[in-house]
Design a protein around this ligand. Structure first.
Ligand SMILES: CC(C)(COP(=O)(O)OP(=O)(O)OC[C@H]1O[C@@H](n2cnc3c(N)ncnc32)[C@H](O)[C@@H]1OP(=O)(O)O)[C@@H](O)C(=O)NCCC(=O)NCCSC(=O)CC(=O)O
Length: 404
């Protein structure tokens, strides 16, 4: 007698094409819920230099302090939320000096703080979505802050009570394009797995890269990074073919692409060392991004044969820094105000690396909901990070945002 699986194969007339077709969703991936969270400590940018030089015991470097004050003033940031506070620095004075070994302690703290911060945002996203957490089929977690395995994705799944068959993926070290990369993968999963509901979670605590200034040693990189980065988490639920009267589609994800900017490999680098994660951010980064922005957009829009007028789109650009937004706005000939959502997030929270675009998307949603989604129907979500990598997602305002 033939083995059972041979019998099954002989008995079925189903082809692999049939199976593939049945697996695919009908509609495009849509954003079904968005939520964000931050650590408790909010620090005003006006007071940041005082705080930073005090807790790192660096008051003997007044010129660097004045420089940080100048950078903070021009940053377009008013507040940031940080996990680092006096208490943390009192318990770990070694965090001030990058020459001292401190990675173990940082990783230990991050392995709890990162998933817990993610859970705060994700549980709000699930509540907004309106379905049980066990209906989440896939989890994509992006962070540069956690360096352990099992990682934050595993812990988050437990904290939220996700089903044990949830398919988990962790993205690491994508830096500021991590959120956009996670959303792009969520789109692929949602469109290729009928009924899939993908939870995207990003969570960053800059503690992993917090240390004192050091005269003469890449101190400007350190100062710029400490003037910009803040902590936060964001969660998005993505799925195709929304269930009527249960799920509310906010944005359709029409197309997604990635471009690597030529000759830019050294422009943003991060590396974990014994004293924490070190950054290098090239001085000409804003000019480099602005000089390449049209080309990145051409790669995205050209691939689908769409000729868009940049002024006709809404924009959700990663606010890497105030000057980056200024120069991109100028390069694309956008109206003053086209980047309002990005600027508001930068002002209220700073640059939270990969998580930031989720805050921007949430801010855009709030703005659309407030005015009944008047104005541009189509928009571009963009983020940049090490590579230099530029990610673009073409979005369309969906029915759940209209008529609110
Ligand atoms: C830092 C700024 C807010 C400063 O504002 P302005 O440029 O208008 O002001 P300014 O030229 O007077 O600069 C103020 C002081 O900062 C110094 N300065 C400016 N940019 C610097 C840089 N990249 N590295 C080192 N120092 C820098 C200037 O020399 C000056 O010092 P002095 O006063 O002594 O003359 C802005 O340049 C900005 O937004 N830059 C973009 C920051 C950035 O690259 N972000 C990306 C992060 S990475 C990211 O988002 C992706 C990722 O992590 O993956």
């Amino acid at each position: 007698m033939a083995p059972a699986h041979h019998q099954a194969a002989a008995a079925t007339t189903v082809t692999t094409q049939d199976i593939r077709r049945a697996q695919r969703a009908d509609g495009p991936a849509t954003v079904l819920a968005i939520a964000t969270a931050n650590p408790e400590t909010r620090r005003s940018q006006d007071e940041y230099a005082d705080f930073y030089f005090r807790v790192t015991k660096s008051e003997h470097l007044p010129q660097l302090k004045e420089k940080l004050e100048r950078i903070c003033k021009k940053s377009g940031i008013e507040n940031r939320y940080t996990y680092v506070n006096d208490e943390v620095m009192k318990a770990h004075p070694e965090f001030s000096d990058r020459k001292l070994p401190s990675l173990d302690a940082r990783v230990e703290i991050a392995s709890n703080a990162v998933p817990e911060l993610a859970a705060a945002a994700a549980s709000m996203a699930i509540a907004e979505w309106g379905r049980p957490a066990t209906d989440i089929t896939h989890l994509i977690f992006s962070t540069y802050s956690d360096l352990k395995a099992p990682s934050s994705d595993r812990r988050l799944a437990s904290l939220l009570g996700l089903r044990h068959t949830v398919c988990r993926t962790i993205l690491s070290l994508h830096g500021c394009y991590g959120g956009c990369r996670a959303l792009q993968l969520a789109k692929e999963l949602a469109e290729n797995n009928r009924g899939a509901r993908v939870l995207v979670a990003c969570s960053e605590i800059s503690l992993i890269a917090f240390y004192g200034p050091e005269e003469g040693y890449t101190d400007t990189d350190t100062l710029v990074a400490h003037a910009l980065f803040g902590d936060g988490s964001g969660a998005v639920i993505v799925g195709a073919d929304p269930v009527d009267a249960v799920e509310r589609p906010l944005f359709e994800m029409a197309f997604a692409s990635q471009t690597t900017v030529p000759d830019s490999e050294g422009a943003i680098t991060v590396q974990h060392k014994k004293g924490g994660m070190e950054y290098h951010i090239a001085r000409g980064l804003p000019e480099m991004l602005a000089g390449n922005i049209k080309r990145c957009l051409a790669d995205a829009f050209g691939a689908i044969g769409v000729a868009a007028r940049w002024k006709d789109l809404f924009w959700a650009v990663h606010p890497g820094g105030r000057r980056i937004l200024d120069l991109i706005e100028e390069a694309l000939g956008l109206d003053n105000g086209a980047m309002a959502a990005s600027r508001q997030v930068l002002r209220e929270y700073g640059n939270m690396s990969g998580t930031t675009v989720i805050f921007v998307l949430n801010e855009l949603r709030r703005r659309f909901a407030a005015d009944g989604a008047e104005g541009a129907d189509w928009g571009a979500l963009m983020a940049f990070g090490p590579g230099i990598t530029a990610e673009t997602i073409l979005l369309r305002v969906a029915s759940g945002l209209k008529g609110n």
